[in-house]
Structures are given as structure tokens and as C-alpha cells.
Design a protein around this ligand. Structure first.
Ligand code: GLY
Length: 381
């Protein structure tokens, strides 16, 4: 039987391990603390269209191809979990001033030109859809296909599915990919992946997020995901059965995962502008994670050499892009390429004189990003 080591137990590693085991691989997944990183911290919104911007065509196409896989992928996870992993069916992005309104029109027109219909809402239209939002909301863009998931249900469902499929979990760090005895290796250690494959263009991008619980008698949460840009910051409210997730800050801070006072203050202040009832909620959890960022906001999915496949760098969209990533990784393991994932080629940053990004020429050579030592894959992914 072909053996596969999956390094990293976030949503990507878990999903790859599950599907590879189902496809006949003997799979070992190594992570000292499965699903404790970015996958656990995440909000679960699936919004590639609403987050689109002219010029970012490849990011939009990749995200849209992933979103199209979610109904089937989510249904499978729902069957495993026993309750729906979905928490919302649609997303509405709202504008608070004239500049935001103009931006929404730009996004709506551009995304429409690329074949994805978003609906324009005037002030009354937004109020009709989500009556609890602030009266100061001027306009909105309704995205009827952009659902959202409970990320913690998703990772729990994946863990169960992987266990049932026969994946062996090892609660340990991997120090070196070359030391792994397996036929193939999938490197899915999120923002930590560059420690095992130096110069892999992945860096941590910090995000803080809040989990609020609805108390008896308080204003009910919106039924859709609500997105807004406040003071130049992206904010989203993702409903949960018992409350709302409010995310997320975004800045470069290395692997710092401390929750700052300023981060919490900004999230609450921005959220209150669009959903004034939020002050009545219980602040249940504030957490921070390290998104695995890449230079062009597309992930890195593909063979690094004849043995190692990378699936990392999913940035803000790890949850969204999991079903497409899994299909792409399984294709690579079988020696084929998934057309929708071509833009995620890990060697796309290669230049003639860039030793750090040159694809290995010969089987067995790992000239540029040679595998290296790695003290821990724990912490945030
Ligand atoms: N998934 C959105 C974020 O990372 O903030």
C-alpha cells in the first residue's frame, strides 16, 4: 500500500488525509495539536465574490471554483457531523458612506462581468433583508451563493471522517521531511510551512476575532453573513446558532498570537456601527491566529519535488478553498493537474535568477527549497 505523511492538522491537512485514505493511501497525519490553529480561530465565511476586486481575476476564479464545491463537500461533512456545518446561506456586504457605495458598485459590476451575479440593494432593500442592521447603512450587495460554515464543526467532522477512513494521527512535531519514511509527503503546516521548506513564500498574517453569545431577550443576529468596510478595515459578522463571530483584524506581526486591547476595541466599535445590538451580547472568546499569507493571495498547491507536495498559503481563505485544494492535491498525488488549481503552482514566482523559486530539474533534487528542520507544527495555522 502506498504510504503518505500529512504534516499539519488544520482544515487542509485533515481534509487531504481523509480523502487520500479514502483513495487507498495509508495515511499518517502529524501535528502536536490537531485543529488548534487558524482553522479553529477562523470565522467560516465563504466569500470569494464579495471580497473580489478588479484585477484580482485569478484569486476570484480560484475562490469561485472552491465555493462551487462547497454544497457537496459541506453535505458530506454534515452527514458525518450529524448536524449542518452551514450557518448561513448568503452574504450581504453593506456600505456606510458614498465611497463604500461606489466600491460596492465596482465590485458588483466586475464580479458580474466574470459571470457571478450579485444583487444590488438600496437602503430599504438592506433593511428588508436584515432589519436589525443600523439605519445608517446606505446600500448593499447581496451574494446569494456565498454561504458560511461553522469552522469548528467542519474540523471536527473532518477529524471524524479521517479517523473512520483509517488515518493514523500522531501527536508529534515533524523536524525534517527527509526523515519521514513515507512514499509521499503533503506539507500542510499553514504559516509554519516555510520552516520545513525554507524560502517557501508563506508568512504569518495575524488576525484577531471575537465570539459573541446571544443573551436572552437581546436583538437577534443577522441571518446572513454581513460584511462592511469600516475605517478602511474589513469587518465581517458570521452568524452562529448561539451568537455571532466578529472578525477580523489583519496585520503583519510575525507569529504573535496575543489578542490586543486595540484589536478587540476596533472590532467591537466597527461591528457596533453596522449592528448596534451587539453591545448586549456576551463577549465569550477573543482569539488570534496566523493566516498563511503569500505574495499574491493565492495558495501554493503542487509538487515541490518528486516526493513532497505542498498545500499551504491559503491566507484569508483556508476554509473556503479546502474542497478545491483537496481535489488538487489528490490530482497531484495521482500524477495529474487539476485545471482550476493551475494558478496555485508553487513555483509561479520563479524568475531566471531567483534561486529561491526555481523548480527542481531532476528527480530527487530539492535544490532551492530543501526540506529542513522544524521544531513544531503546533500553534496557529
Ligand atoms: N477568513 C477571513 C479572515 O481570515 O479574516
Amino acid at each position: 500500500m502506498r504510504t503518505l505523511a500529512v504534516v499539519g492538522g488544520g482544515v487542509i491537512g485533515l481534509a487531504v488525509a481523509w480523502r487520500a485514505a479514502r483513495a487507498g493511501w495509508q495515511v499518517t497525519l502529524s501535528d502536536p495539536a490537531v485543529a488548534s490553529g487558524a482553522s479553529w480561530v477562523a470565522g467560516g465565511m465563504l466569500a470569494p465574490l464579495s471580497e473580489g476586486w478588479p484585477g484580482e481575476d485569478a484569486v476570484l476564479d480560484f475562490g469561485a471554483a472552491a465555493l462551487a464545491r462547497w454544497p457537496e463537500f459541506g453535505a458530506e461533512l454534515t452527514a458525518v457531523f450529524g448536524e449542518s456545518v452551514f450557518v448561513a446561506d448568503a452574504t450581504v456586504t453593506v456600505a456606510m458612506d458614498g465611497a463604500d457605495t461606489a466600491d460596492l458598485r465596482t465590485i458588483g459590476e466586475w464580479v458580474g462581468e466574470r459571470g457571478h451575479e450579485l444583487g444590488w440593494l438600496d437602503r430599504a432593500g438592506v433593511r428588508e433583508l436584515e432589519p436589525m442592521l443600523a439605519r445608517t447603512v446606505r446600500a448593499g450587495l447581496l451574494s446569494p451563493t456565498e454561504s458560511a460554515v461553522d469552522n469548528r464543526r467542519v474540523v471536527e467532522a473532518l477529524r471524524r471522517a479521517a479517523t473512520t477512513a483509517g488515518v493514523e494521527f500522531r501527536a508529534e512535531s515533524v523536524d525534517s521531511l527527509t526523515a519521514l519514511p513515507h512514499d509521499r509527503v503533503v506539507l500542510a503546516a499553514g504559516a509554519h510551512s516555510a520552516r520545513l521548506w525554507p524560502r517557501l513564500p508563506v508568512r504569518p498574517v495575524k488576525g484577531e476575532i471575537l465570539r459573541l453569545a446571544r443573551r436572552p431577550g437581546v436583538t437577534p443576529p443577522p441571518t446572513r453573513v454581513v460584511r462592511v468596510r469600516a475605517h478602511g478595515r474589513q469587518l465581517y459578522l458570521v452568524p452562529r446558532e448561539d451568537g455571532i463571530v466578529v472578525g477580523a483584524t489583519q496585520y503583519e506581526a510575525g507569529f504573535d498570537t496575543a489578542v490586543t486591547v486595540a484589536g478587540v476595541r476596533d472590532l467591537i466599535a466597527d461591528a457596533e456601527q453596522v449592528f448596534p445590538g451587539i453591545g448586549e451580547y456576551e463577549l465569550r472568546e477573543a482569539s488570534a491566529g496566523s493566516r498563511p499569507g503569500t505574495p499574491d493571495n493565492l495558495p501554493l498547491i503542487g509538487a515541490l519535488d518528486e516526493r513532497v507536495v505542498v498545500a499551504a498559503g491559503h491566507g484569508r481563505n483556508g476554509m473556503l478553498t479546502t474542497p478545491l485544494t483537496v481535489d488538487a492535491v489528490l490530482s497531484v498525488l495521482e500524477g495529474t493537474t487539476l485545471p482550476e488549481a493551475r494558478a496555485a503552482d508553487p513555483y509561479r514566482f520563479a524568475t531566471a535568477n531567483s534561486a529561491s523559486t526555481t523548480r527542481p530539474q531532476t528527480a530527487g533534487q530539492t535544490k532551492i527549497h530543501g526540506p529542513s528542520h522544524f521544531s513544531s507544527v503546533g500553534g496557529i495555522r
